[in-house]
Design a protein around this ligand. Structure first.
Ligand SMILES: CC(C)(COP(=O)(O)OP(=O)(O)OC[C@H]1O[C@@H](n2cnc3c(N)ncnc32)[C@H](O)[C@@H]1OP(=O)(O)O)[C@@H](O)C(=O)NCCC(=O)NCCS
Length: 207
């Protein structure tokens, strides 16, 4: 398996990547932002994406976005092709795109918002901490990207202060107190359940 920074020569994989992201979002029932093949090609051409290939077969992908004039960086669109899941590939891709983000944007804070337990776990391993949305980018174009999510009404109702997604932040400049502590998956699972009970029940009541 090869896990590399993608470039122009990988453009022909953009369609299958876009289709795999769309199919996965459908299965998960999320309104995840659609990533067109053109958008993915742009990321590859700028050196802002990581691709995993088995021989010449597409296996996984993730890309970098910058927000707030480069003050914030997000590692988004993580996807592993169903044929390659469950063997640690997402962990390797996340590590690669994280290292690439740190090298390329050394002064940026790296963040993520997600409902995915796998991503929360991997972020925590890399040193991200759960934070309130107020600590994330204020760049409105980032939050506008949530418009295609089926829970966008919750985000609006909460004035962009919280949603079903958990915000996580890696800040290289923050002093580590007591070293880096990984958060147990059960904690994320419980947090997710509490938020779903709270926010989805409110949503039903207002209908
Ligand atoms: C989520 C996804 C990227 C995981 O890819 P993968 O290569 O199978 O993941 P890995 O094998 O590297 O697993 C990494 C860790 O996450 C855990 N994990 C994987 N899928 C999980 C899931 N659906 N729920 C909870 N934990 C999960 C694994 O158990 C593993 O932890 P462990 O080693 O401590 O057991 C893949 O299933 C996928 O592409 N899904 C569709 C797209 C998606 O959901 N992307 C995330 C957007 S937020």
């Amino acid at each position: 398996m090869e896990i590399i920074i993608a470039n122009k020569s990988h453009s022909h994989y953009a369609r299958i990547i876009s289709e795999t992201i769309a199919a996965s979002a459908k299965v998960r029932g999320t309104g995840i932002a659609k990533r067109s093949a053109e958008y993915i090609i742009e990321k590859m051409e700028k050196g802002n994406a990581v691709i995993a290939l088995e021989q010449d077969q597409f296996a996984g992908f993730c890309y970098i976005e910058t927000w707030g004039h480069g003050k914030f960086v997000a590692n988004s669109g993580l996807v592993v092709h169903p044929d390659f899941r469950g063997r640690g590939l997402a962990r390797q891709i996340k590590a690669k795109v994280f290292q690439h983000s740190r090298n390329k944007f050394p002064n940026a804070k790296i963040f993520s918002i997600t409902t995915g337990l796998a991503v929360m776990k991997l972020n925590s391993e890399l040193g991200y901490k759960p934070v309130t949305f107020s600590e994330l980018t204020k760049d409105q174009s980032f939050w506008d990207g949530c418009q295609t999510c089926k829970n966008y009404d919750i985000l609006q109702r909460m004035n962009q202060s919280m949603c079903l997604c958990t915000g996580m932040l890696f800040d290289a400049n923050k002093k580590k107190i007591n070293g880096h502590k990984k958060i147990k998956s059960n904690v994320f699972r419980r947090l997710k359940r509490i938020k779903e009970n709270l926010l989805l029940n409110q949503k039903k009541k207002t209908k």
